[in-house]
Design a protein around this ligand. Structure first.
Ligand code: GBH
Length: 470
């Protein structure tokens, strides 16, 4: 092929998938159009005090009306794949029952444009926008929601199955369960350890039932996947106490999903650690086996690692736990220790080694599961230089370091098949509203004008070369 290879020092595999990623509520806007019903994020963002500056996704990046322009942008970057999510309240507004034809038409249009541009569609069924009607019926803590999800998966696969290359059931169920129902910083903003654990279990069940529904409706050869935000967590000091803090966070942050999905069981230590929170009586025989329905790949979202230490009574006196924690059953035993070094505009540490550590762990623990990095990226402020170019040099440095880590992990035997940069566009950053920009394309929200940042040009060059230059 004619790709300019000269000077490419870190080359990725020939078939490597180079993508960008977005999510429906964060970019689409058109919140009240074509039969879309409210989701929990509409309700949450319209509740004063929940989202910075009172921002909502009502207009977001107006992607609903700018599909042609946004696909053309991606084509000019040369991406091979595009990861987006379907808005459940657009596709099946009541959360049950019939589909909304116009909602499906939107995703038909999007996938048509993508395929014309030679870009593989990678669709996530659920990126946090539960139909409000289902939350009103109890939301993810209720078992019923898992059955509703399976029906929605079947409906989406029937309508769009022939046009999507990769189907992902859930994006980051940890966030849905523990930020949505535990700490309450995400929609629906409920707090409580027991409900968060119930939600996590029903998300696992929804995933497994969803995989089964997708398989029944999809053509043979379709790829079915799940995306997790696995936590790269290290002990503050190499002591048994701090290593036990790691074990606790690993249980309620990682293995609570990995074990049901890949081994068909719940971690014993998690059940023990949470005994005073719940008796897990909502788990029925066969649930974890259902969650273990085989999948074709695992998606990993990675931003930064964390360090933890054992929590002592002195820690409690120094920093009494005020706001509700997302770490059900672990909060009283674990203290998060800030990492030193550079940070992004989210105040998250920049540490590509954490990505390498996770990929090697997955290589060792799930050697037969192909991996996709379904999100990686960073929020930074950008600036227009005198020529009018939008510059974001820190983002380029972040992306380069993380792609180097991916390359090194592949060299060490991790089966990484693709990388999806979060995000194509500046967008609605959940509880931070529009105050944080993750895009490689700048969006001027008042005019919706798109301007590729220097990171977009850099990424296009990486894709064209099939890797990184020195
Ligand atoms: C992803 O979530 C989302 O999938 C995406 O929609 C979002 O825009 C993007 O990342 C950027 O935020 O402080 O203990 O809660 C990532 C969410 C970020 C959740 C780091 C956990 C730190 C742990 N994760 N966060 S804690």
């Amino acid at each position: 092929d004619a790709r300019p290879r000269t000077g490419t020092t870190l080359r990725f595999p020939e078939a490597f998938r180079w993508g960008t990623a977005t999510a429906a509520y964060q970019i689409e806007g058109a919140a009240g159009e074509d039969g879309r019903s409210p989701s929990i994020w509409d309700t949450f963002s319209r509740t004063p005090g929940k989202v910075r500056n009172g921002d909502t996704g009502d207009t977001a990046a107006d992607h609903y009306h700018r599909v042609d322009e946004d696909v053309a942008l991606m084509r000019s970057l040369g991406v091979t794949d595009y990861r987006f999510s379907l808005a459940w309240p657009r596709v099946q507004p009541a959360g049950r029952g019939p589909a909304a034809r116009k909602g499906l038409d939107f995703y038909r249009r999007l996938t048509d444009r993508l395929r014309e541009a030679g870009i593989r569609p990678v669709a996530t069924l659920y990126h946090w926008d539960l139909p409000q009607a289902l939350e009103d019926a109890g939301g993810w803590p209720e078992r019923e929601t898992a059955y509703r999800f399976a029906d929605y998966a079947a409906l989406a696969a029937d309508a769009l199955g022939d046009r999507v290359a990769t189907w992902t059931t859930l994006n980051e169920p940890w966030c849905s369960a523990f930020l949505g129902y535990g700490s309450g910083v995400h929609a629906p903003g409920r707090t409580g350890d027991a409900d968060a654990l119930r939600a996590a279990h029903h998300l696992n069940l929804a995933h497994g039932l969803g995989v089964r529904a997708l398989r029944a409706a999809l053509p043979a050869g379709a790829e079915v996947s799940l995306t997790l935000n696995l936590h790269a967590v290290r002990p503050h000091t190499d002591t048994p106490q701090d290593r036990d803090a790691v074990r606790r966070i690993d249980a309620v942050g990682n293995r609570i999903f990995l074990d049901p999905v890949f081994r068909g069981s719940l971690p014993d230590d998690l059940v023990r650690d949470t005994a005073d929170v719940t008796d897990w009586s909502f788990v029925r025989d066969g649930d974890c086996a259902a969650a273990a329905e085989p999948i074709d790949s695992l998606g990993l979202n990675y931003y930064s690692p964390a360090a933890v230490a054992a929590r002592t009574p002195a820690d409690d006196d120094a920093a009494p736990s005020g706001s509700p924690s997302p770490w059900a059953g672990a909060e009283r035993h674990v203290r998060f220790v800030p990492l030193s070094g550079p940070r992004t505009a989210m105040d998250w540490p920049v540490d590509a080694a954490g990505l390498y550590e996770l990929l090697l762990r997955l290589r060792d623990e799930l050697p037969h599961v192909p991996l996709l990095i379904t999100e990686n990226g960073a929020a930074y402020e950008d600036y227009a230089d005198p020529s009018g170019e939008v510059k974001d040099p820190e983002r380029v440095a972040y992306l380069r370091a993380h792609l180097e880590a991916v390359h090194r992990a592949i060299g060490a035997g991790a089966d990484v098949r693709g990388y999806f940069l979060w995000s194509l566009l500046d967008n609605f950053e959940w509880a931070y509203g529009y105050s944080k920009r993750f895009g490689i394309v700048h969006v001027d929200f008042p005019t919706q004008r798109r301007t590729p940042k220097s990171s977009a040009r850099w990424y296009a060059d990486v894709i064209a070369r099939g890797g990184l230059t020195a």
